[in-house]
Design a protein around this ligand. Sequence first.
Ligand code: FDA
Length: 305
Amino acid sequence: MSIMRTILLHLSKSRLANQAAQRYGLRLGAERFVAGLTLDAAMRKVRELNSRGLLVTLDHLGEYVFSEEEADRAAVAVIEALEAIHASDAQANVSLKLTQLGLDLSSGRCLQRMSGIVATAKRLHSFVRIDMEDYAHNEPAIALYERLVSDYGRYVGIVLQAYLYKSLQDMERLHSYAPNYRLVKGAYKEPEEVAFPNKEDVDHNFITMIERQLLSGHYAAIATHDEQIINHVKQFVKASGITRERYEFQMLYGIRPALQQQLADEGYKVRIYVPYGVDWYGYFMRRLAERPENVRFVLRSMLKR
Ligand code: FDA
């Protein structure tokens, strides 16, 4: 892992820097990756993306809360997003992070909040995706998902990260729930004891997991900007006779927009992950870490001001 990447991922967890960034507003080039500070601003982007044939998953930004009240407010924000999507008949669902809903404070209360959110999604015929965070939260997130998917079935899904050695076994373990997975490479800094250190191994495991999920008959959300992997998936589904309602591609807002549009124009389901809110700092730093060249954009945008 490059030094720059390590520094950026380390900074992404700094509470002090997060507070400073919140005061500073959506700057430093963050507006390239974050749709806005408010739900209204995000809904404008949703409508614009929908009008171009792109689906959305909305993420009210935030992670690692420090009080039950903060976690309660986060749950209200997610429910408001589900209601706004329903009210405007938008082609969108929601994604969230369990640490924002208080997973570190009390898993019982986190489950209660999640049950409220997933019940709302069910009532509004929507869907809730649990993002996967760092390794320390992986098992607690899967345990909570098992409870939710037992109670609510297809209204909730989770993310599995290809860089973790354990993810293939998790797929086997969860198979009986007919899980809807988003499959990703993985965005956090993890030690070699738990995650593949080499990119080639991650890519190889990613392809194995994608193929396994596609063949399982359960829904696959393939979340990547990696064109080689996308092309591989296109060929694989064609050769295996897997129809387009069984899977979708997902990409992040602001990353490879031309490729997003091209896939949608070719008739694939494409969903854009649209983050919004004041707590954009950790998310933004992870995007910089994925591609340290992005730091140049930040410096340029700071110089322009
Ligand atoms: P890779 O990193 O190999 O990038 C392929 C190409 O994409 C690059 O060459 C570049 O052109 C472009 N690219 C990728 N990242 C870029 C960036 N930041 N800026 C500019 N260009 C970029 N992770 C996680 O741990 N938990 C999660 O819940 C999620 N959720 C999630 C949802 C969605 C919709 C996506 C697309 C991704 C995630 N991720 C995630 C992040 C994921 O784990 C991974 O870090 C990124 O997607 C980058 O990896 P790629 O698969 O794009 O490949």
